[in-house]
Design a binder for this molecule. Structure first.
Ligand SMILES: [Zn+2]
Length: 62
């Protein structure tokens, strides 16, 4: 299974080397918790965490 990384800036989870959301290359293999955002505009969690795009995010990124 491919190792997943979390972006240090926006916490998006990716298996690539570049964050698909903010295009940052500052990715960390040390993260925990997963939040799935399907509709960022209607989601209270997304608003609270300042998430603007539907994606899979980490709760904590080290
Ligand atoms: Zn990012």
């Amino acid at each position: 299974m491919a190792r997943e990384y979390a972006c240090k800036k926006c916490k998006a989870i990716t298996i690539g080397k570049v964050c698909p959301i903010c295009k940052s290359t500052e990715l960390s293999p040390n993260w925990s918790g997963i939040i799935l955002i399907f509709d960022a505009e209607k989601s209270l969690i997304a608003t609270t965490l300042d998430i603007k795009k539907a994606h899979k995010y980490a709760l904590k990124v080290a």
